[in-house]
Design a binder for this molecule. Structure first.
Ligand code: FE2
Length: 695
């Protein structure tokens, strides 16, 4: 290992305040008497954010049965018997960090599998973990990884991880995963105690996974209020055996989405019932628990220490002044959101750079969550909002080159434009966006992957094509988008910001631009374009969204929340005469349009239904499954980008099978690398099963 690498490793270690170990050139047999005692390490082990010569290791060793230790020894070996130990490091643990432990190990070889374990002064050892370093920057070989999101241990089972492990163990070495990218909702901070809702939620029974010591009850659910509560929910999730095994098998790269802090959380505000509550102390607590439980290369201004978070002192103070990007200027708000920087870049060889962004800490308020936006919604059209209304609300005062209308027409009425004097929505915030565009422009990797926790692909329907008389007439001028509870609020309705990013990609001749996301609890594959017909359709990249690991999706929710008598039920969860149960016809709605949904529920003939497809509705979409769960696997090489969707049945209960239960389907989308000025294209192959409504 050359000295430049060693110097850069030490710089990283200093920046992170890491307990750092430097690998040896030749491994030696472990001299530690390690006896596995998983009960002393109830949350298992993990590794995270590998680069080509280093990786972060993690465990937690709380006081158990009167045995309290203050120090752990981490060992990293080239073999599972620890006969070639390459690095050893001692790390302090204490109750200040809830007995969690983070160690940075460097001097490792690129593209290598390593084994690691922790041992305390009694010789009580953690389970063994497996980690993998990233390839060297000039390595041209393909890279393979999984991306996941939205696991809900309160409401479902993590069978998807079991399948991922099962398949990886049986795969050829070059087909194995290098890491798992977790795009958020690693935890759900909103917890229902079983007695609060004996009937469960949708198809799910509620599990008794945590009791918040200082929680707040909102309606019939409970939310955390301090760092002890946030720690408690991480611990309860990590007791899931399938998640714990996955963390021990691969390095994870984790980014928070909303539920790591709050359901409708933005900056340090929590929105409940249309009211924004300043919650600076909770945002800091959420960041602290993330820092303690996720091994990741994050920066914090409270001082470089991997051992302790050192939270800034903040108080809940009203946030009333916002700058020209919608950023709350209240000092405690700024201190809270800057207490941990999650956005970062990781590199895997010559062909891939992962640019990870934070969609919650710096964003402006989502317009469709405002109570004033209710005036543009109707129970006749559940979830629908006119596209032209979403456009005006998103752009705010920048609409129509700075000449926004004072009123917006909806169903023959003129309604006040409550966004007329406010800036356009930003999800990234000005500072992060400048950083993001700069990284995108500078990237030398073949594929520049934007790990955006929220989706970018438009979700729209064509209610203007509904037959007369089925229901009241559509109040919009043309296409419909969706309100915040069903679809808006991600990068698919932040039209101004998305347009700015995509124009930047086009204007700078950036090729190999791919976006991967979670949050939607559904599988999507398509092309990244800022506009859809009747606007010009000009794709600049490819985009994917993964189904949830276990959190309920919209198809499941609509089976329950949409009345059986609703005239538009066939557009969402229609049932043909021969169907035993509701079907996810909303996939047809989003990809083909209302006529296809109505034809399917009438005849039950999918071929006839697709024949009525509206070609202008979704030229950007290749695939959509609003009912799918599972994970996505990406393989990037010097000339192509492939994404597999691995879809499993609704994970209501834990599967006892070694493979985690049956597979519903497996699909593969392939994009060949395009040249500057060329249009990207996607080719779909169905490898297993039948995704029926999704194509
Ligand atoms: Fe989620």
């Amino acid at each position: 290992m050359n000295t430049i690498t060693r110097r850069s490793f030490l710089q990283t270690a200093i920046a992170l305040g890491a307990t750092a170990a430097w690998g040896k050139a030749v491994g030696t047999k472990s001299g530690i008497s390690w006896r596995e005692r998983r009960d002393c390490y109830p949350e298992g082990v993990a590794s995270g954010d590998p680069d080509s010569n280093s990786v972060l290791l993690w465990t937690r060793r709380p006081p158990v049965g009167g045995s309290t230790v203050r120090k752990l020894t981490a060992e990293v070996a080239e073999d599972a018997h620890f006969s070639r130990v390459m690095a050893t490091a001692e790390a302090p643990i204490s109750e200040v960090s809830d007995w969690t432990c983070r160690v940075l190990v460097g001097g490792l070889k690129p593209s290598r599998i390593y084994w690691y374990r922790f041992t305390d002064s009694n010789g009580f050892g953690s389970r063994m973990g497996r980690s993998i370093t990233a390839p060297a920057d000039n390595d041209n070989r393909p890279v393979r990884f999984a991306f996941v999101s939205c696991q809900n241990a309160n409401q479902g089972a993590q069978n998807a991880y079991r399948r991922m492990i099962f398949e990886d163990e049986r795969a050829a070495e070059h087909d194995r995963l290098g890491f798992v990218l977790h795009l958020g909702d690693f935890i759900y901070e909103m917890v229902w105690y079983p007695e609060d809702r004996p009937q469960g939620i949708y198809d799910r029974r509620l599990r008794d996974i945590v009791r918040y010591q200082h929680g707040e009850k909102i309606g019939d659910c409970h939310i955390p209020t301090d760092v002890d509560d946030y720690r408690a929910i991480y611990r309860s999730y990590l007791h899931d055996p399938d998640l714990q095994d996955a963390r021990a098998r691969w390095p994870f790269v984790c980014m928070w989405d909303n539920h790591e802090f709050s359901w409708i959380g933005w900056q340090s505000l929590q929105d409940f019932g249309g009211v924004n509550h300043p919650r600076q102390t909770r945002k800091v607590a959420a960041n602290q628990a993330f820092f303690e439980y996720q091994p990741a290369r994050l920066l914090k201004p409270s001082g470089p220490s991997l051992a302790q978070f050192n939270p800034p002192k903040v108080v809940e103070a009203p946030i009333t002044q916002f700058d020209e990007h919608g950023l709350g200027q209240e000092p405690n708000n700024l201190a809270a959101i800057h207490s941990l920087r999650g956005y970062r870049v990781l590199r895997w060889g010559r062909n891939m750079e992962l640019i990870i962004t934070d969609q919650r800490s710096y964003r402006s308020e989502e317009p469709t969550y405002r109570p004033e936006a209710q005036a543009f919604m109707s129970d006749d059209f559940p979830g629908f909002m006119p596209q032209e209304v979403l456009d005006i609300l998103d752009a705010g005062k920048s609409y129509n080159n700075g000449h926004p209308p004072s009123t917006i027409r909806y169903g023959g009425k003129e309604i006040a434009n409550f966004r007329k004097h406010q800036p356009a929505t930003t999800i990234l915030g000005a500072e992060q966006k400048a950083w993001f565009l700069n990284r995108l422009q500078k990237s030398k990797a073949t594929w520049k992957i934007w790990a955006d926790t929220v989706a970018t692909l438009d979700m729209r329907a064509d209610p203007q094509n509904l037959p007369a008389g089925l229901t009241n007439s559509w109040p919009g001028a043309g296409y419909a988008g969706f309100d915040a509870s069903t679809g808006a609020g991600d990068h698919s309705t932040a039209y101004v910001e998305r347009g700015e990013i995509y124009d930047f990609v086009r204007d700078n001749g950036i090729t190999g631009f791919a976006t991967i996301a979670g949050d939607r609890h559904s599988f999507w594959a398509g092309l990244a374009a800022k506009g859809l017909p009747p606007k010009p359709f000009e794709p600049v990249g490819i985009a994917f969204v993964t189904g949830s690991i276990s959190a309920p999706g919209m198809a499941e929710a609509f089976e329950y929340i949409l009345s059986k008598e609703h005239p538009l039920r066939p557009l969402f969860v229609g049932q043909a005469p021969h169907d035993q149960r509701p079907q996810p016809t909303m996939n047809l709605l989003l990809k083909h349009g209302v006529r296809s949904c109505l034809e399917y529920t009438k005849s039950g003939d999918l071929r006839k239904a697709r024949a009525l497809s509206n070609p202008d509705l979704s030229p950007h979409l290749s695939f959509v499954d609003m009912g799918g769960h599972g994970y996505a696997v990406v393989r990037v090489s010097s000339d192509s980008f492939e994404t597999e969707f691995v879809c499993i049945p609704r994970p209501i209960e834990r599967s006892e099978r070694a493979d985690g239960g049956p597979l519903l389907y497996r699909t593969r989308h392939r994009a060949a690398l395009w040249n500057k000025g060329e249009r990207p294209t996607l080719e779909l192959r169905i490898l297993d099963g039948d995704p029926r409504f999704s194509v």
